[in-house]
Design a protein around this ligand. Structure first.
Ligand SMILES: *[C@@H]1O[C@H](CO)[C@@H](O)[C@H](O)[C@H]1NC(C)=O
Ligand SMILES: *[C@@H]1O[C@H](CO)[C@@H](O)[C@H](O)[C@H]1NC(C)=O
Ligand SMILES: *[C@@H]1O[C@H](CO)[C@@H](O)[C@H](O)[C@H]1NC(C)=O
Length: 458
C-alpha cells in the first residue's frame, strides 16, 4: 500500500507495471515452493477404542496360580516359580484371562482361539464405530496385526466379513511381528494414506493367547504364561481434509528401526520346541542387549525429528567434544521439553527403568505404562493404546500436547509414533478406564524385577 502511493506520485504508469512484475515474481516463487515441496497428505487419528473384556474373565494373581496348579500338569517347582514371578510382575489382581483357562482341562480348540480373538476385535471395532460414527462402507484400508495367532481366513477377512466392508478395500494382515507391530501398522497406514486420497484406514491390534499356554518345564518359556492377558485395540486414521476439525490427534511421525540382521538380536525371542518337543517362546539373555541396541537408534531418530534447534546444537557440540576425546559426559537431550505424554510398551521393567532414566521422564510420565501393566497385564501390541486411554481418562491431554508411543519386541524391532492433540480430550464414557480412573494411580511397592531364568544364547 505504502509503496504504491509513493510510486503513484513519481510516475502513475510505472505503478501497474511494477506491481504486475512483483506479483508475477511472487507467483513464480510460490509455484516453485509448491512444486518442490513433497506433496503429503496430513493424517489424522480420529479416535481409537480399547476392548474391555467381561468382568467374569477377571482373575487375581493368586487365582491364576491356583487354577494352574489344579490342572495337575505342573511340578511344585514350576508353580513356585510362577508364584514368585506373579508377585513381582507388576500385574495387579484384576487382569483378564482367556476363557479357555477356566475349565478343569486345558484343551484349546481352534474355535476357542477364534472366539477369543473375535471377542476382542469385535469389542474394539464396535466401540470405535459407535464413537466415531464412521460408516463401514467408507473404510478404504484395513490393517490387522496379531502375532502368534494366524488363522485361515485371516483376521482381516474375519473383519471384512463381519462388518461387510466394501469389496475394493485394501487389506493387510501382519503376523509374527511381535509387540511393536501395532505401531508398525500405523506407519504402514500412514504410507498408504499418502497414495489413497480421501480415505479412512482402520487398524486393529490384538493377540489370541488361547492356544499358546506353554505346557513344558522350561522356566524361560513359562514366563509368557504368567504375564500375557486378553486385550485389543482399534484405531481410525483418515486423510480427509474435513477431519481436521473432528479428530483427536494428528499423526506427526512414525519411526521404525530393526536389528534383525544381527544374530544376537534375531535369536533373543524365539518360538520353538523345548527339549521335550513342547512349543513355547524362548527368551534368552541377549534380550536386554537387543532391546538397547534397537531402541537407541530409534530414540535418536525421534530426537532428530522433534527436538528444538538448541537441544540439537548442544547434542552436536557434545558429540564433537567426545570425538575429540575431551573428557565430557554424553549429553542426553531433554525429550520432556517437547513431549507431554510418554507411553512406552509395558514390556520389561529393566528396559522401562533405563528409558526413564536416560530420557529424563518423571514417575508421573511413566504412570500410564505401569498402571496399564497393573490393570490389564501384557496385552502385547495393543498395550500402548490402553496407556493413551489412561492419560486421556486422567484428563491430561490438552490441545497441542505431543504424545510419544514407543513399542519394542521380537525381531528385534522398535517403533515410535508421535501424535499431536488437536483438541483437549474430554470425558468419554467409552474409555475403558472411565469408571475406575479415580482409583489410579495405585502405589506399587518397588519390587525386584521378575526373576527371569533366561536361557543362554546358543
Ligand atoms: C493425492 O493428493 C496429493 C496431494 O494432497 C496429490 O499430490 C496426489 O496426486 C493425489 N493422488 C491421487 C491419486 O489423486
Ligand atoms: C531394518 O534395519 C536396516 C538396518 O538398520 C535398515 O537398512 C532397514 O531399512 C530397516 N528396515 C525397516 C523395514 O525398517
Ligand atoms: C510382554 O510381551 C513381550 C512379548 O511379546 C515381551 O517381549 C515383554 O517382555 C513382555 N512384558 C513383560 C512385562 O514381561
Amino acid at each position: 500500500m505504502f509503496i504504491n502511493l509513493d510510486l503513484n506520485y513519481l510516475h502513475p504508469n510505472l505503478n501497474s507495471e511494477i506491481v504486475f512484475s512483483v506479483l508475477l515474481m511472487i507467483c513464480l516463487l510460490l509455484l516453485y515452493f509448491v512444486m518442490t515441496k513433497k506433496p503429503s497428505n496430513k493424517v489424522y487419528l480420529i479416535d481409537f477404542a480399547c476392548y474391555k473384556p467381561p468382568t467374569s474373565q477377571i482373575r487375581s494373581r493368586d487365582t491364576v496360580v491356583k487354577e494352574t496348579a489344579e490342572s495337575g500338569r505342573f511340578s511344585e517347582e514350576i508353580l513356585d516359580f510362577m508364584k514368585k514371578t506373579m508377585e513381582r510382575s507388576g500385574l495387579g489382581d484384576s487382569t483378564y484371562v482367556a476363557e479357555v483357562f477356566f475349565g478343569k482341562e486345558y484343551n484349546p480348540s481352534m474355535r476357542d482361539a477364534r472366539r477369543e480373538v473375535e471377542m476382542s476385535i469385535f469389542g474394539a471395532v464396535d466401540t470405535l464405530l459407535a464413537k466415531t460414527g464412521v460408516k463401514c462402507e467408507d473404510i478404504g484400508i484395513l490393517i490387522v496385526n496379531c502375532c502368534i495367532y494366524n488363522p485361515e481366513p485371516s483376521p482381516c477377512s474375519i473383519i471384512v466379513n463381519r462388518y461387510k466392508l466394501k469389496e475394493s478395500i485394501i487389506t493387510y494382515n501382519l503376523v509374527g511381528m511381535g509387540c511393536s507391530a501395532g505401531l508398525l501398522a500405523i506407519g504402514l497406514a500412514e504410507q498408504l494414506l499418502q497414495v489413497h486420497n480421501n480415505s479412512y484406514a482402520l487398524i486393529v491390534s490384538t493377540e489370541s493367547i488361547t492356544e499358546n499356554f506353554y505346557l513344558g518345564k522350561d522356566r524361560s518359556k513359562f514366563l509368557t504364561n504368567c504375564i500375557f492377558r486378553v486385550g485389543g485395540a482399534a484405531i481410525l486414521l483418515s486423510n480427509r481434509l474435513s477431519d481436521n476439525t473432528n479428530s483427536k490427534y494428528q499423526l506427526l511421525h512414525t519411526i521404525r528401526t530393526n536389528t534383525s540382521s544381527s544374530d544376537r538380536s534375531y535369536n533373543c525371542i524365539l518360538r520353538e520346541e523345548d527339549t521335550a518337543g513342547i512349543v513355547g517362546i524362548t527368551i534368552n539373555k541377549d534380550l536386554l542387549y537387543a532391546a538397547i541396541s534397537t531402541i537407541k537408534p530409534n530414540v535418536a531418530a525421534v530426537g532428530s525429528l522433534i527436538l528444538p534447534l538448541e537441544e540439537k546444537l548442544l547434542y552436536f557440540i557434545n558429540y564433537i567434544a567426545r570425538k575429540l576425546r575431551l573428557n565430557v559426559w554424553p549429553y542426553v537431550p531433554n525429550y520432556r521439553k517437547v513431549v507431554e505424554h510418554f507411553t512406552p510398551h509395558v514390556g520389561g521393567k529393566p528396559v522401562l527403568d533405563a528409558l526413564q532414566r536416560t530420557l529424563g521422564f518423571t514417575n508421573e510420565d511413566m504412570e500410564a505404562s505401569r498402571m496399564t501393566l497393573y490393570r490389564y497385564g501384557n496385552t502385547s501390541s495393543s498395550s500402548v493404546w490402553y496407556e493413551l486411554a489412561y492419560v486421556e481418562a486422567k484428563g491430561r491431554v490438552n490441545k497441542g500436547n505431543r504424545v510419544w508411543q514407543i513399542a519394542f519386541g521380537s525381531g528385534f524391532k522398535c517403533n515410535s509414533v508421535i501424535l499431536r492433540a488437536m483438541k483437549t480430550v474430554d470425558y468419554d464414557e467409552k474409555n475403558p478406564w472411565t469408571d475406575e480412573i479415580s482409583g489410579f494411580p495405585v502405589s506399587l511397592v518397588d519390587c525386584e524385577p521378575v526373576p527371569v531364568f533366561f536361557e543362554s544364547p546358543k
